[in-house]
Ligand binder design. Structure first.
Ligand code: PMV
Length: 305
């Protein structure tokens, strides 16, 4: 028997990944690809151990006691482990379900806080940006000032963003937590050099923000390419992905990874901008690469009828 159905979007990071872990800002968008979680009393539905863990953790954090043994049916269009926030979506869905069942409430701030704690169990030291965009949706400017103070603003682009394409360079072999630790090691060895890369990433994030707010007419392609070079300097992009990006760049595209990246083989999704979208589509078809169709700025977590 179906009791409740909740859905949450996948996300992309337009600019700021990795730097956001260290208190620099990040620019995020919720996508049209969603995860649906249906809570039932049927025991025929198989639960993943992670979904069970996440729900139990959420119940504990909401301080609710519940004797029913629920099952969860998960259907998702969000590519797994590729930088589109599938784990944050699951954490947010489980948090919203536990709050609804245990407290009959739908409070986004609380859902977000609890989802962040679930994400911490999964990833170690996340910035909290992923769960925040998945909870609130739309476009967000996000900054973690300290563990207890995380600030964000909803952004309303003044005009439709130019079309951005997404392709998958392959599921990274490393987890987000591993990629974050890798950058941490580099930071500990060379704090000044890595902090300098982070502040240049912040420059990209601000330029992109001003572009979408219509405050500055800067070149979107240039910002994306510069951001990508900085991520390469951080060591989060594999040789295979760099080669693919260089091929796309020769065709006139501007490309960056979006998310934690990967340095062994795949580096997750790529955000692509091209002044001539038809040319890009033809090229991508020729190369037998798949474009993941998404639109941006979509709704955050919500209950479904
Ligand atoms: O790859 P994802 O979707 O898990 O994105 C992680 C973004 C990082 O900045 C690398 C980590 C974080 O916690 O913000």
């Amino acid at each position: 028997m179906q009791i409740l159905k909740v859905s949450a979007p996948g996300k992309i990071i337009l600019s700021g990944e990795h730097a956001v872990v260290y208190g620099y800002p990040g620019l995020y968008a919720a996508t049209s690809l969603r995860m649906n979680v249906t809570l039932t009393k049927s025991s025929s539905v198989l639960n993943s151990s992670y979904s069970k863990f996440a729900y139990k953790k959420a119940q504990q954090l909401f301080k609710v006691k519940e004797k029913n043994n629920y099952s969860f049916e998960i259907k998702s269009k969000i590519p797994i482990g590729s930088g589109m926030g599938s784990s944050a979506s699951l954490a947010v869905c489980m948090s919203a379900l536990a709050q609804k069942i245990g407290k009959n409430d739908f409070n986004l701030e609380e859902i977000n806080k609890v989802a962040y704690e679930i994400e911490k169990k999964q990833h170690g030291k996340p910035s909290g940006g992923d769960n925040t965009i998945v909870t609130f949706g739309g476009y967000l400017w996000y900054r973690k000032e300290s563990e207890k103070l995380k600030v964000f603003s909803k952004i309303t682009p003044i005009k439709a963003l130019p079309k951005l394409f997404i392709i998958n360079s392959g599921i990274p072999e490393e987890s987000t937590g591993e990629m974050v630790s890798l950058v941490r090691e580099k930071y500990n060895k060379n704090p000044d050099e890595i902090a300098d890369i982070f502040s240049q990433i912040e420059t990209c994030s601000k330029a992109l923000l001003k572009n979408i707010l219509g405050e500055e007419k800067n070149d979107l392609g240039e910002i994306i390419t510069f951001n990508q070079r900085l991520l390469e300097q951080l060591g989060v992009v594999s040789l295979e992905t760099k080669n693919l990006i260089s091929l796309l760049e020769k065709n006139g595209a501007s490309v960056k990874i979006s998310g934690a990246g990967g340095r062994i083989k795949g580096s997750g999704i790529l955000l692509i901008y091209h002044k001539n979208p038809e040319k890009l589509k033809n090229f991508v078809n020729q190369q037998k690469l798949d474009i993941i169709p998404v639109s941006l700025g979509k709704k955050g977590v919500k209950f479904e009828k």
